[in-house]
Design a protein around this ligand. Structure first.
Ligand code: SF4
Length: 476
């Protein structure tokens, strides 16, 4: 399959590399200041009006670093970085767009607010069955923690539930806007630490968000310093999921507590912890500016290892050449390619999502275009309710075509390392769209998964405080 045919983003140019600049002058623009973004004066008024409308529904925040270093303003509408941070009216379904346009023209603010809430809640805001990821400990829900896989716990610190800029595709969009439900987060470390202390099987903690790198170093230390105590020797890997490397690289360079952050990483690594910076990078363009390269050098010098991940996204990176260049550039800079995900079925999925079949072609074509040292990224991977399902390839067998799938991570270890077949489908976009090959009605793990979710729902249902809270994604 030619995955680059008629794809306008394939021609996204390299921008002039800009130097570090003055980190002290970073300016943030959120919804209410959208009209103050100076570069929007260069766009057609109809496009700006459409962005304004879409930003009523989708989170919007961008900073001056992203505006000045990452976007090609000479061709903004087709620019992948522009699409990455500016909501587009096509992210709304046609009927929703029409209603919202009509209401906006009417000037009825209450009706607009009600419609915005209705649209948000219609976009599957809590996309996975993640209630069951929240552990119970000593009769309580462990606030801000998800424990889906045996050896890995996620922690959502309250102070990290925002980002340096928002990505339009983000599956955690309900964390940033009102959807009628509370946020999933914890503002203290004690309960999380008690849980980790009691769980020697947990070797990895992933700080996620939002972006934990919006927190001050002092706040981050409150969560991470205790892990240096001998009672947490079983926590061997500390992962920090972040997009600060490309949205605000000065976090690691010129922010006033950047040296303290690097020092914290060094102390963790000197104590024998593996500190992994799990960077979101969606396009090679993000890696071009000089400050990014300086930040990578600073993090590596501090002892961190950098790994990268991104979904394959229509309008942003659904092109094999983008992925192969991204992986090559990352390896040259010292970043290990880690995951190429399928976009989750939430938010503007109709706009960013692509079919499993096409994602597989993009991944395979990119994979074939790089050397073995760049082939560390697994993909396409669906981070679904039962686990991380890897689409390994297509297989013709018994006169018909199939997808070969396997779990990279699973709620039950017995599901791992057990390849299974799904009927080939040209249009499937997610695990739920796929049918098992052969005569079975459901995949081998479904019955167990049902039992797990039923048992967890019963358990959580007995504890009132959690009910009604949103359940966020598996993190970075
Ligand atoms: S959580 Fe990550 S993907 Fe989502 S808006 Fe923040 S930086 Fe972007």
């Amino acid at each position: 399959m030619d995955t680059t045919a008629r794809n306008p983003i394939a021609a996204a140019p390299t921008l002039p590399i800009k130097s570090a600049g003055d980190a002290g002058k970073i300016i943030y623009y959120a919804n209410h200041r959208l009209d103050h973004v100076p570069q929007l004066e260069r766009l057609a008024p109809e496009l700006v009006a459409g962005i304004r409308l879409a930003a009523l529904v989708f989170p919007f925040k961008v900073n001056s670093y992203v505006l000045e270093h990452l976007i090609d303003w000479d061709n903004a509408e087709n620019d992948p970085m522009f699409r990455l941070v500016f909501p587009h009216p096509d992210m709304l379904l046609p009927d929703d767009l029409a209603i919202l346009t009509r209401l906006q023209n009417s000037g009825d603010d209450d009706a607009i607010a009600a419609e915005v809430l209705r649209i948000r809640n219609s976009m599957n805001p809590h996309s996975s069955n993640q209630l069951i990821n929240i552990p119970m400990f000593e009769g309580q829900h462990v606030e801000g923690v998800q424990h889906k896989y045996h050896e890995t716990a996620l922690f959502f610190a309250k102070q990290g539930q925002t980002c340096h800029s928002y990505c339009t595709f983000c599956f955690r969009w309900p964390q940033f806007v009102q959807t009628g439900a509370e946020k999933f987060e914890a503002d203290e470390a004690a309960q999380m630490l008690s849980y980790l202390r009691a769980k020697p099987e947990i070797s990895d903690i992933l700080m996620t968000g939002g972006d934990p790198m919006v927190m001050t170093t002092r706040r981050l230390s409150v969560y991470l310093e205790p892990l240096l105590a001998p009672e947490f020797d079983h926590i061997r890997n500390i992962r920090l999921g972040t997009k600060a490397l490309t949205y605000h690289p000065h976090r690691f360079l010129h922010d006033k507590d950047a040296p303290a952050l690097l020092d914290l990483i060094t102390r963790l690594t000197n104590a024998g912890k593996h500190v992994a910076i799990m960077v979101h990078v969606n396009h090679w363009r993000e890696l071009q500016p000089e400050p990014v390269q300086q930040a990578i050098a600073a993090l590596r010098k501090a002892g961190a290892v950098l790994r990268s991940q991104s979904p394959i996204l229509r309008h942003i990176n659904d092109d094999a050449a983008i992925w192969s260049r991204m992986w090559k550039d990352q390896v040259a800079m010292g970043i290990i390619p880690y995951y190429a995900f399928m976009e989750r079925d939430t938010g503007a999925h109709h706009y960013f999502g692509i079919d499993v079949d096409r994602a597989l072609s993009i991944y395979q074509e990119a994979h074939a275009a790089v050397s073995g040292i760049c082939r560390t990224a697994r993909g396409p991977v669906m981070s679904a309710g039962p686990g991380k399902v890897h689409v390994l390839g297509r297989l013709t067998h018994g006169g018909s075509e199939h997808f070969v799938l396997s779990f990279l991570q699973a709620r039950k270890k017995e599901w791992l390392n057990r390849p299974f077949l799904a009927k080939y489908s040209q249009n499937a976009r997610w695990l739920d769209d796929l049918q098992p090959s052969g005569s079975e009605n459901e995949f081998f793990f479904h019955e167990d998964y049902r039992k797990l979710t039923d048992a967890a729902s019963d358990m959580h249902g007995q504890s009132q405080p959690l009910m009604g809270q949103p359940l966020l994604g598996m993190g970075a």
